[in-house]
Design a protein around this ligand. Structure first.
Ligand code: ADP
Ligand code: MG
Length: 567
């Protein structure tokens, strides 16, 4: 569609308000324009927290020279035309307000070349007024440069936080679009330092790995398909959710996209958190990237100027569909890894809360008395040990098949839950050393030690400075072997120095559990194996180790018969 100024009737129906609150809002609007233009690459450069410079470069459809001036007119857009278009918006932008609003509070330069055109054009604006324009040679796409944001608005400038804070808002904005558009290559450079780069492979997991790091990426489950019974009406839910092991202490790892638009939605947060009910410790929140695809007529995006809020026509259906899709993913992704088809085993437990729809159509959590519904505390059946295989796996027989248990992974899970429990009750079991031992560290380990000494102390490492890069160690966590503690501590310091999105406490617990656990290749007596399985039966998630790998493999009697051609 060509760019044209919207009819006043349409304008009056558009949610009016501030578009440019801070540098990140400029980045958001420009990136949305690049995505609406069908770009496969979007590069973003910022300097000075986005105040000195924001530049967005794309390879999208570009703007025709004759329309370039119009793009900076208020309510000029190529994305909608009439009132009925407002009912089903499929682009990210639609109000024709962003470019003029940005040009009103900054110095803007734009160069562009439309698809199939020989020559491009440029335009320079100051205080919203065009000061230069002409033709410009460049490949297809558009570059918008915004300088000296809010220079004419000292009050607004004062209200902004430090450049570091503004940079972090910008990084988080770009990250959201990178997660929403895995097929687009994003490249964010902040003060000449590369900040985020996605491959544009089209695979969500690749974007997750860049945005959140490998540890999270390795623990994601794919959400597929629809919630039951809502195929015809409900939204289609796709995306990825983290296993309970990669839970976080804030909600900032929850992203929602409605027809690929990043949105803030309490309803959707709630739906996902309900799906994790019983799987996360209190105060923990999941990692989730949820895409909802639904007919644009069933969702109103025209309710807020920044377009971050949406209104669903049928909130109840959306809530239910998302909650079920995520729950199903978690349930089928978590139970015992299986050879062939096996059913997960669950115990039923009283569910203390239930979602209730109030008469006004909102939702409420209510306490329930006595109602029972399944909660996935995963329970192991009683197992009879048959022996040990390759000094690494326990072979056991259950009521309906054969179990192979990875002794190291299983013990890791047991220790991990024990450490977390002891820590939360502030009852870490500590082992004092017979006499203080000196401990030498590398320069990097020394930095890490300085930074985390208090955290390590919480886990039972009493460490004091004792000269240059030398420390005195007085006690260690009880589960660490007396002979091995120095190696364990060294590896722990190295893993703490690595960049990771894991919570610090979680990282220490995982590392200690890993080092405290029996190794593969270590012979175990029948008694030791029995003891290990008995303890494993008591943990909350016996079927994966803290890294998310399976602790056991199950081969059902039925599957065995099938393999032997007996059924
Ligand atoms: P809106 O996105 O709501 O239409 P904007 O003010 O953001 O309004 O942009 C006005 C118009 O300029 C858009 O409708 C589009 O036609 C054109 N435009 C803006 N940025 C780009 C871009 N990066 N590539 C191609 N066209 C663009
Ligand atoms: Mg726009």
């Amino acid at each position: 569609m060509p760019i044209k100024v919207l009819d006043p009737k349409v304008v009056s129906r558009i949610a009016a308000g501030e578009v440019v609150e801070r540098p990140a809002s400029v980045v958001k609007e420009l990136v949305e324009n690049s995505l609406d233009a069908g770009s496969s690459q979007v590069s973003i450069e910022v300097e000075g927290g986005g105040i000195s410079l924001i530049r967005v470069i794309d390879d999208g459809s570009g703007i025709l020279p004759a329309e370039l001036g119009l793009a900076f007119e208020r309510y000029a857009t190529s994305k909608i035309d009439n009132l009925s278009d407002l009912e089903s918006i499929s682009s990210l932008g639609f109000r024709g307000e962003a470019l003029p609003s940005i040009a009103a509070v900054a110095e803007v330069g734009i160069t562009t070349c439309a698809k199939g055109e020989q020559a491009g054009s440029y335009l320079t604006l100051k205080d919203g007024v065009t000061i230069k324009k002409g033709s410009y040679g460049r490949p297809q796409g558009t570059t918008v440069t915004v300088r000296n944001l809010f220079r004419k608005l000292p009050a607004r400038l004062k209200f902004l936080k430090s450049p570091v804070t503004e940079n972090s808002h910008i990084a988080s904005t770009v990250s959201q679009y990178a997660l929403a558009f895995p097929e687009v290559k994003f490249n964010l450079v902040i003060d000449a330092r590369p900040s985020l780069r996605t491959p544009g492979s089209g695979k969500l997991l690749d974007s997750i790995a860049q945005v959140y790091g490998l540890e999270i990426a390795q623990n994601m489950l794919e959400v597929k398909g629809l919630g039951e019974g809502s195929e015809s009406l409900g939204p289609q839910v796709t995306g990825m959710v983290g296993t309970p092991e990669v839970s976080r202490s804030s909600r900032s790892y929850l992203s929602f996209f409605v027809n690929r638009r990043p949105v803030n939605s309490r309803l959707l947060i709630w739906a996902v958190e309900e799906a994790y009910h019983g799987l996360l410790m209190t105060g923990k929140h999941p990692v989730a990237i949820i895409n909802l695809a639904l007919s644009p007529s069933r969702v109103d995006v025209n309710v807020h100027p920044t377009k971050l809020e949406v209104k669903f026509q049928n909130e109840r259906l959306v809530f239910g569909t998302v909650q079920k899709a995520v729950r199903q993913t978690l349930i089928s992704g978590m139970p015992v890894s299986k050879v062939g088809e096996v059913k997960a085993k669950f115990v039923t437990m009283p569910q203390p809360r239930q979602i209730v729809w109030t008469e006004t159509g909102t939702i409420e959590r209510r306490r329930l008395s006595g109602r029972v519904s399944p909660t996935p505390k995963i329970s192991l059946p009683v197992l009879r040990i048959l022996g040990q295989f390759e000094g690494a796996y326990i072979v056991a027989e259950g009521p309906d098949g054969l179990y192979l248990i990875d002794q190291h992974a299983a013990h890791e899970r047991i220790l991990f839950e024990k450490i977390k429990q002891q820590r939360s009750q502030q009852k870490m079991e500590v082992q004092g050393l017979l006499e203080p031992v000196t401990f030498e560290v590398s320069p990097q380990q020394a930095e890490t030690l300085k930074l985390y000494a208090n955290h390590l102390a919480e886990f039972g490492f009493a460490i004091e400075p004792f000269g240059d890069r030398t420390y005195l160690v007085r006690s260690v966590p009880a589960l660490v072997d007396q002979k091995d503690w120095a190696m364990v501590l060294r590896e722990l310091l190295d893993s703490l120095a690595e960049e990771s999105s894991l919570d610090l406490g979680e990282k220490i617990a995982i590392s200690l559990a890993c080092h405290g656990a029996v190794r593969a290749g270590q012979g175990l007596t029948d008694d030791e194996m029995r003891q290990l399985l008995r303890t494993l039966e008591q943990v909350t998630i016996p079927n994966t180790c803290p890294h998310g790998r399976p602790t056991m493999i199950y081969l059902s009697t039925r599957q065995l018969k099938k393999e032997f051609g007996r059924v």
